[in-house]
Ligand binder design. Structure first.
Ligand code: ADP
Ligand code: MG
Length: 396
């Protein structure tokens, strides 16, 4: 295991965020809130096809110490750059008005205001053990921890029930899309705020409805190994837009509002031009795999899900063409070393892969993956074990 990827305890995160807050602002915070990163177990590139996904919250969380101010000023500091305090005011927020990491944090105060939940000035200090830029959603962890802090500091009462949390999710999504300018779906924020410990979250992007599905790895003697390849290929944005456009074109040719509505795959493939067929085959087969995966989990058959992970990876690699040599190698090496199943996770072209492994096989699988990368002259992925962690909440 890579030491740098150890999740902190809540006490450790509280200590770091509070310490940074005191150093930067010379008083103590009103409280500390935390929200997790996530990893998607299966159901990839389906959110913009009105399909399902199945993320778990990571034990890795972003901690935000916050104090409400009597005025409209906002001051933000992150342990990533503790000497630089960002300053703004509640009226100076909005699309195009905030640059850098503050867009993710302060942007949430703007979007809450847009949703009819006005806040005010505040100071916040951020400390996080969620790996940044690894496809594990450090951005949503940050937005959601800030959203929880604002909800409590300004007595919005949105954190107690799922209905309120849905509004926090919506505010976090708007901050990311409109203020930070990153076009993402709502999986990351829902995973951060609407999950349950020991469960995966079946999230339906058609209506944002959820189901908690048992995902107790430890009880089955299993582990989910996350392998961060640390590569990010430049194609991501253009290829994402191209896949999205292909799906929209296929749906329109088939006369359905989204590919979720395709019921007969063979019939659909016969009615589409050759260049769209493989894309549609991925989407429709992946939707079916999520259903099969959830059915196995609900029957207590976590151990039997490996084949679905492998099939998902093959589909993303061959039909959807969003994998890359590093992800393919991590998956292949993990499988050869005895993983029950493995797949890339997230948008692709870099980022992380996951492997379902026996508890006793974590060491050998990690070593085999490192050796396979070394043989190609590539830097080994950073690996850690994920459990289905708790959703975001108040820590202190
Ligand atoms: P991912 O969400 O996969 O980690 P993103 O590119 O979506 O990658 O988000 C990463 C960005 O989120 C960082 O570049 C930074 O702007 C912001 N961010 C995340 N965590 C922190 C943090 N602890 N402190 C400051 N900024 C952060
Ligand atoms: Mg992100």
């Amino acid at each position: 295991m890579d030491e740098r990827l150890q999740a902190w305890t809540d006490d450790g995160g509280d200590h770091r965020a509070t310490g940074l807050f005191r150093t930067a602002f010379e008083v103590g915070p009103d409280g500390v809130w935390a929200a997790p990163g996530r990893v998607n177990v299966i159901g990839e590139h389906l959110d913009y096809n009105a399909g399902p996904c199945l993320p778990i919250a990571l034990p890795h969380r972003t901690y935000v110490a916050m104090r409400r101010r009597p005025d409209d000023e906002i001051r933000l500091v992150s342990a990533m750059d503790p000497a630089a305090v960002w300053r703004g005011s509640i009226d100076s927020l909005g699309p195009g008005k905030v640059t850098g990491w503050a867009a993710y944090a302060a942007g949430v105060a703007w979007s809450l205001g847009e949703q009819g939940c006005p806040t005010g000035g505040f100071d916040a200090a951020v400390a996080s053990c969620v790996p940044v830029g690894a496809g594990l959603s450090s951005s949503a962890a940050l937005e959601c921890a800030v959203a929880l802090g604002l909800s409590d500091c300004f007595a919005l009462g949105l954190a107690a029930e799922d209905a309120g949390r849905r509004r926090l999710v919506a505010a976090a999504v708007r901050a990311e899309n409109e203020v930070a300018g990153a076009p993402t779906g709502g999986m990351d924020q829902a995973a951060s705020l609407r999950t349950r410990e020991g469960h995966a979250l079946l999230l339906d992007s058609r209506d944002q409805s959820i189901r908690q599905v048992p995902f107790d790895l430890a009880n089955e003697g299993l582990r989910l190994l996350v392998m961060d390849t640390q590569v990010a290929h430049a194609l991501v944005d253009g290829q994402y837009a191209a896949r999205r456009a292909a799906c929209e074109r296929a749906a329109s040719l088939l006369g359905v509002p989204s590919l979720r509505e395709v019921t007969d795959l063979d019939d659909a493939l016969g009615r589409l031009p050759a260049q769209l067929r493989a894309r549609v085959r991925h989407v429709v087969s992946e939707i079916a795999r999520v259903g099969d995966f959830v059915a196995l989990l609900e029957q207590g058959r976590l151990r039997d899900t490996g084949g679905l992970l492998d099939a998902s990876h093959a589909s993303l690699r061959d039909d959807y063409e969003v994998s890359c040599p590093e992800l393919d190698l991590a998956v292949a090496a993990a499988s050869s070393a005895g993983a029950l199943g493995a797949r890339m996770t997230g948008g692709g072209f870099g980022g992380s892969a996951v492997a379902l492994v026996e508890a006793g096989a974590v060491g050998p699988v990690t070593s085999a993956v490192a050796a396979a990368f070394a043989a190609r002259g590539w830097t080994a992925p950073r690996c850690f074990e994920a459990t289905a962690g708790a959703p975001g909440g108040r820590v202190r």
